[in-house]
Design a protein around this ligand. Structure first.
Ligand code: NAP
Length: 283
């Protein structure tokens, strides 16, 4: 039974005591008041991890929820992500980071990710180098990547750098086993975005609804439990306080090996329409 609700992070220059809560609130595509209110209800419900990004245009809204929550800053784990324009030497990445912290009204992010590799620019390895250098300056506690294929990750590893996290599109029908395996082999934690397949048809799949009925849980809880029980971070987005609570409540039941295999069996190598190819897309 996985009872832990956070996992240790390791990576180049990441200090030993950084832990990441396994369930984080996804905040895209919320902005403004809707985003602040959703992040605030999530924090009230017990969430301690919020996922934002420069590109979502909501670092300000997320920061307001953190500051307004009454929680100590060190009780909440905030992830943000840097856009392509800042990829480059440390001064460039630092400028992007400082602007992001200013928008958020925060002194530091717990995790800062290269949002997309943007291989057309050819500066993602240098961006990683800069993030590793900025880790421990007080501006970020840890760093990682997002949407990195095994090929992109390999370039980073060959530069002698290990990111703490690779945040990727990962859901039962498109779990990207090769990317998960490459992450695991390098000691990089996989974080799943779009973990619920955007809440559509996935949650009506008989393989999932049957397990949910047997356990007296919801299909979303089965899917999120499948993520965390296999050692992934999951970042479900919900603007609804009831569904937020449901999505966090995945630590008091367990899936059997057969359940895990039944969900694994939904995986297809065919990307869903929502999948974006990191060799073609980026910002
Ligand atoms: N790194 C990247 O490039 C990247 C890309 C995409 C997303 N992300 C991150 O990952 C987060 C989540 O991904 P996502 O928004 O694409 O997809 P998702 O979390 O799989 O799905 C969100 C959708 O599912 C619904 N939902 C949530 N909980 C539910 C439940 N218990 N039962 C039924 N429906 C439920 C939500 O509606 P309600 O709000 O109405 O509940 C929303 O429409 C984003 O918010 C963002 O933080 C990162």
């Amino acid at each position: 039974m996985v009872t832990q609700i956070s996992a240790p992070l390791t990576g180049t220059n990441v200090p030993e005591n950084v832990r990441i809560p396994l369930i984080g609130l996804g905040t895209w595509p919320m902005t403004g008041t809707e985003c602040t209110e959703s992040a605030a209800t999530a924090l009230e419900a017990g969430y301690r991890h919020l996922d934002t990004a420069e590109n979502y245009g909501n670092e300000d809204a997320v920061g307001r929820a953190v500051v307004g929550s009454g929680l100590r800053r060190d009780e909440v784990f905030v992830t943000s992500k840097v856009n392509r324009q800042w990829h480059g030497p440390v001064d460039s990445v630092r400028a992007g980071l400082e602007a992001a912290l200013e928008r958020a009204g925060l002194e530091y992010f717990d995790l800062y990710l290269v949002h997309w590799p943007n291989p057309d620019q050819g500066r993602y390895v240098q961006a990683c180098e800069s993030l590793a250098e900025l880790t421990g300056t007080g501006l970020i506690r840890s760093w990682g990547v997002s949407n990195f294929t095994p090929g992109h990750l390999q370039q980073v590893l060959e530069a002698g750098l290990v990111p703490a996290v690779n945040q990727i599109h990962c859901q039962p029908v498109f779990a990207q086993p090769p990317v998960q395996e490459a992450n695991a082999a390098a000691g990089v934690l996989t974080a799943a975005y779009t973990p619920l397949g955007r809440g559509g048809e996935l949650l009506q799949q008989p393989a999932i609804t049957q397990i949910a009925s047997r356990l007296g849980r919801t299909p979303a809880q089965v899917v999120l439990r499948w993520h965390v029980q296999q050692g992934r971070i999951a970042l479900p987005k919900s603007a609804d306080p009831q569904r937020q609570r449901e999505n966090l409540d995945v630590f008091s039941f367990e899936l059997t090996a057969e359940d895990l295999a039944a969900v694994d069996a939904l995986d297809s190598a065919t990307p869903p329409d929502t999948f974006l190819d990191a060799d073609e897309f980026g910002h």
